[in-house]
Write a protein that binds this ligand. Sequence first.
Ligand code: ATP
Length: 363
Amino acid sequence: MTTSAINGSAGLDVSIEGLQINFGDFTALKPTELEIRNGELFTLLGPSGCGKTTLLRCLAGFTKPSAGRVRFNGKDVSALEPWDRGIGFVFQNYALWPTKTIAANVAYGLEMRREPKDMIREKVASTLRMVELTEAAGKYPGEMSGGMQQRAALARAVVIDPPLLLFDEPLSNLDAKLRVKLRRDIRNLQKRLGLTAVYVTHDQEEALDISDRIAVMRQGEVLQVGTPREIYETPENAQVADFVGKASFLSGKAISDDRFRLTDGTEIKAKMSFQTNRDNAVAIFARPEAIALVPVDQGDLNGVISEVSYLGNLTRYLVRIGDQIVLCETRDDAVLGQEVGLRLPPLRTFDTLPDRQKSEEEV
Ligand code: ATP
């Protein structure tokens, strides 16, 4: 099937319906529903082993579903082979042919389609221009930096005008500064071409920066789907709150709509939103930069500074409250051992602490 047989426009809608993937007895992806919209850059974010690559490979056709289906613009493609899906794939390790020049690597997909030679030459040149590799057309992958190789891999993926581009941790072999530049380049190119993109990463900062929407995954499940702002500011559960960005949690129990009693009996009066039935609310959560240090008794609760790290643009404090610790990142000044007040933002409440904290407590 050619690209135009799937779709006349630049991108496509992807529907994932009850998709499940097993390897023997092991379920790598539990039954999953997702709608990825035409033209969006949609990221699968989660820790190692959560099933994000497995899901991506199933969109590509490299892995077949154990149950459920994948649709491109409503058409069931679950049984189609990868080469019949008309999609572009960018791998972590670039996957360029070492014995072909960059131009030949990029031309390959068009040659397979037996496109006219003049058209191939023009298309390869314009695509290399888009990724700023015109000068490197005659070089071999081994003569180029990792960043250049990944731009060549990107050119090779987009040269066939795929409606859907899949990225599997494309930047994880590159150094930090280059990663930031290349992820902006990827997003700009994807928007310029109007393609749909699905992007796999375990790097939450990268996901927040690059994505239109993010699915946060864990242990073969999608925990939440939302815009970067929704995921960061209004996580629906403690696992998402903990995995994306820094988090401050306190454990206790909600005793009314605006009162929370910590495990040591301290009561906090604060605006709370409940992600669960109020009676099950056992954890409150705030982002560290939303907590302010104020003089004792002038905030929502008091604590003692137990660790100070000066980070330049702000200072990171650990504040002990009874037997619990809150992380606070602010430009406010305090010194080790000082008793301070904490002014809290509106709090989110969850019915569990994140697993990480639970296991620390259990130890
Ligand atoms: P990573 O970033 O480490 O690749 P991931 O979230 O992409 O993590 P997957 O590669 O999708 O995770 O793997 C999910 C789970 O499925 C892991 O436990 C992995 O060991 C298992 N798995 C993946 N592929 C296979 C396979 N072909 N056979 C058996 N188990 C597999």
